[in-house]
Write a protein that binds this ligand. Structure first.
Ligand SMILES: Nc1nc2c(c(=O)[nH]1)N[C@H]1C(S)=C(S)[C@@H](COP(=O)(O)O)O[C@H]1N2
Ligand SMILES: [Mo]
Length: 603
């Protein structure tokens, strides 16, 4: 058989289908699938991780220029160095010009405010929040880089069409019609990435989202205290003079004849602008663009997401990272080159002198940083369940808050349909599947049971006889790609009406005909309240054609407030349960059991 072509029988086919052998239908018949789930492990062996995925490294980062020219960003190192040399020469030349000298006398670099002297010094909360901020940022940035490596391409449209990305650190997408996003993922060394394993996005996300909540809380407290204590005037420009002064400072730095520092009571204008942008623009933008990648929020906030797609959010989120990295490098360099002892005394010891006190407090804090940095990846690999649990405790409440179901079908139109929808996951390769496929799924039966009044086994003909439902929706893969497709099939409401879940049923568990990468059936549990949404359906058509092998023939799930990994493809059965604790590993799905994802992932 050619598995790359579309599958599925003519819905109105004349063939009389054999009625199912008189199997005894009991609510428990789907329970048998449970025995085919694989128990997960609670530690990670990097050599067998994610189905023994080899540790592939990315390429140098490239930016697309024009249609298909790619610029290797490594060139920025020599180019940047050359630009620096030119800038120094130009700035030194400028400072010889009398008009420039006049300008710099008028705008020496620092705008003093009336309250500058009164607000001199740094309260202890600033020192603490500065430290916590930098400590949290380490884990956020490292896990963020890890997440990026899981789909090493950035786009400006929601379509994620290969070749249309503006940035990549991976080769062009190969000419393989079944190439998956997982095959496309790369890795970075464990001291950069967190946890530094290829396709470890589940764990990286717990770090990223979990520490993010702490970072945000720290930031909110910081901003509140800034305004309560009046210290905000140190970080917010209050006069347009900040711009000419910043230019003056830039010339002074570039000419290597640096400005006098008055950091104890006032920052120079360039510094002020950099801090202002970081605290009041970059940090909120990081949050907004982060949330912009969430399926639950995007389907709720249609007016925003129709203009700024998840890919715009992801690209901007990356550019915010670039800002932070640039800021950190320049900030740290200047702290150490513009009077290190005095600067460290300001921030770490609240004193304005040249003693070593601040340095030693800083050094002690760096021990904590180094321990955290060195320990984070090994801890994650040894205790992944701990990371999963703590991460869920930190971000879980927000995730549940965002997953309210109010999305209406037909959110996108035919013209929004993506020309290319990435494939993902592990394809079913069993003889069982092959025979079903070769026979156009005539022998296929969808088993539905568990906590229901009327368990059923449905042939594809019977599934197709149920009222037809169609929706054009956007798919969000946890790895970062997205795409819009039209899905045709049967609404889950129809299925619920047919089988009538009992009141105790709280979850619908979908079992696949395919195995997951570590063996055992792929499965996933969905909250029943989401299965009642208008946008929950079993699809057998995609973009007006029978669902293909790659996209999940004969049936796949759509639940538009969740990420792609929860949309089980090649469905064999559905079991309604009160609780998923005794299914598989008990974490609510294959990726939750084996790759430490979360069972509700609406962000
Ligand atoms: N049975 C099964 N279903 C699966 C997977 C899988 O590995 N096995 N992968 C999931 C993931 S991670 C994604 S993003 C979507 C991809 O669907 P697509 O290939 O149709 O785009 O399928 C999901 N369903
Ligand atoms: Mo995915």
């Amino acid at each position: 058989m050619d598995l790359t072509s579309s599958a599925g029988a003519d819905p109105a086919g004349p063939d009389p289908l054999p009625t199912p052998a008189d199997a005894v239908l009991t609510p428990d018949s789907v329970r048998a699938f449970r025995t085919r789930l694989k128990q997960p492990e609670d530690t990670i062996d990097p050599s067998t991780w994610a189905g023994s995925v080899p540790d592939v490294r990315g390429t140098a980062p490239h930016v697309r220029i024009g249609h298909d020219k790619w610029f290797n960003l490594m060139w920025l190192i020599p180019l940047g160095f050359a630009a620096l040399v030119v800038a120094i020469a130009v700035a030194q030349g400028l400072r010889e010009i009398p008009a420039v000298q006049d300008f710099m006398r008028t705008y020496p670099g620092t705008v003093e405010r009336p309250d500058s002297q009164q607000l001199a010094g740094f309260p202890a909360w600033v020192s603490w929040q500065h430290f916590l901020n930098l400590f949290f940022m380490i884990f956020i940035i490292r896990s963020g880089v890890q997440i990026l490596t899981d789909h090493p391409r950035l786009y400006w449209t929601r379509h994620s069409t290969p070749g249309s990305e503006w940035f990549r650190f991976q080769k062009p997408v190969p000419d393989d019609p079944l190439w998956t996003a997982k095959q496309d993922s790369v890795n970075v060394p464990g001291w950069i990435g967190l946890p530094g394993l290829r396709h470890s996005i589940g764990l990286a996300r717990w770090w990223h989202l979990g520490v993010d909540t702490l970072w945000l809380l720290n930031g909110i407290v910081f901003v509140i205290l800034l305004f309560v204590t009046g210290h905000w005037t140190r970080l917010v420009p209050t006069s347009w003079d900040v711009f000419p002064n910043a230019l003056s400072v830039a010339i002074q730095y570039a000419s290597l004849n640096w400005p006098l520092e008055h950091g104890w009571y006032a920052y120079n204008s360039l510094q002020l602008l950099a801090y202002f942008i970081t605290v009041f623009i970059a940090a909120p933008l990081a949050l907004i663009t982060g949330l912009g990648m969430s399926p639950a929020l995007s389907t709720r906030m249609r007016w925003v997401s129709s203009r700024f797609s998840i890919q715009v959010a992801r690209s901007l989120h990356f550019l915010v990272l670039c800002w932070f990295l640039m800021f950190i490098v320049i900030h740290v360099t200047l702290v150490f080159t513009t009077g290190a002892l005095a600067n460290l005394n300001h921030m770490y010891a609240n004193r304005n002198d040249q003693t070593w006190v601040g340095f030693w407090i800083f050094a002690a804090s760096m021990v904590v940083v180094i321990v955290g940095w060195v320990g984070a990846s090994p801890l994650t690999i040894r205790k992944p369940r701990l990371i999963q649990r703590v991460g869920f405790a930190l971000i879980g409440p927000a995730q549940r808050l965002f997953e309210h179901v109010d999305a209406r079908p037909g959110q996108y139109t035919e013209k929004d349909i993506s020309p290319y929808l990435w494939h993902n996951g592990k394809y079913p390769e069993t003889d069982e599947y092959r025979e079903l496929f070769d026979n156009d799924f005539r022998d296929y039966r969808l088993h539905i049971g568990g906590l229901v009044e009327s368990p059923v086994e449905l042939s594809m003909t019977e599934v197709r006889a149920l009222p037809y439902h169609e929706q054009i929706t956007q798919h969000f893969c946890i790895q970062g790609w997205s795409g819009v497709a039209k899905w045709g099939g049967v609404s889950m409401t129809e299925i619920l009406n047919t089988v009538q879940p009992k009141p105790e049923a709280k979850w619908a568990v979908f079992y696949s005909l395919g195995d997951g990468p570590d063996g055992g059936l792929y499965y996933d549990a969905h909250p029943l309240e989401q299965m009642r949404s208008e946008l929950a359906m079993l699809a057998y058509d995609m973009n007006g054609e029978p669902l293909s092998y790659g996209h999940g023939a004969p049936l796949r799930l759509r639940n538009e407030v969740q990420l792609g990994f929860k949309m089980v493809k090649w469905i064999r059965g559905i079991e309604f349960v009160a609780d998923f604790a005794d299914l598989g590993g008990g974490y609510g799905g294959y990726n939750q059991d084996h790759e430490f994802f979360g069972y509700r992932q609406s962000i």
